[in-house]
Design a protein around this ligand. Structure first.
Ligand SMILES: C[S@@+](CC[C@H](N)C(=O)[O-])C[C@H]1O[C@@H](n2cnc3c(N)ncnc32)[C@H](O)[C@@H]1O
Length: 142
């Protein structure tokens, strides 16, 4: 997903609904991004922070324990979403008003209805199944 988004070193990456922080950690460690994870659940935000300190990457990764609708996302080069179609729908006006031109949005499994993806990629995490189990939608703010 981060490869599909073309995430580059030094870019600002946001995961809206960051869970245990696995994606922001990968964005910083493997792609050299400055990563911000926003997570509503305090227990998950604490777990993410603890892993980030264990990994010693706290200078490159920030976790904000908050509702993503209340956080300024205007500095993002890449936004990652693994939410639901209805959450994406609620988020759409915020993305449209705050994101800068050229910012990319990559959404795991759920499209942003009303936006046209620049790329759609299907993949299977278990090759034995022989059919795709996940879809990635890539959007670019114009
Ligand atoms: C399916 S998980 C994705 C976790 C992570 N992005 C990943 O891919 O591993 C969705 C996460 O979004 C969080 N979430 C849901 N609504 C939120 C909101 N309004 N603000 C911040 N986080 C939210 C949930 O608590 C949950 O941890």
């Amino acid at each position: 997903m981060l490869t599909l988004a073309g995430l580059k070193p030094g870019e600002v990456f946001f995961d809206l609904g960051a869970g245990d922080g696995r994606t922001v950690i990968m964005a910083a460690k493997e792609f050299g991004a400055r990563a911000v994870g926003i997570e509503l659940r305090e227990d998950l935000a604490k777990k993410a922070l603890s892993t980030i300190f264990e990994e010693g990457i706290q200078d490159r990764v920030t976790i904000i324990n908050a509702n993503m609708f209340n956080v300024d996302i205007s500095s993002a080069d890449v936004i990652f979403l693994y939410l639901t179609t209805s959450a994406n729908d609620k988020l759409r006006p915020k993305l449209e008003s705050e994101l800068k031109q050229g910012a990319r949005v990559v959404s795991h499994d759920y499209e942003i209805v009303g936006w046209r993806p620049v790329k759609v990629d299907n993949f299977c995490e278990n090759p034995k199944l022989g059919y795709p189990t996940h879809t990635i939608y890539l959007y670019k703010k114009i």
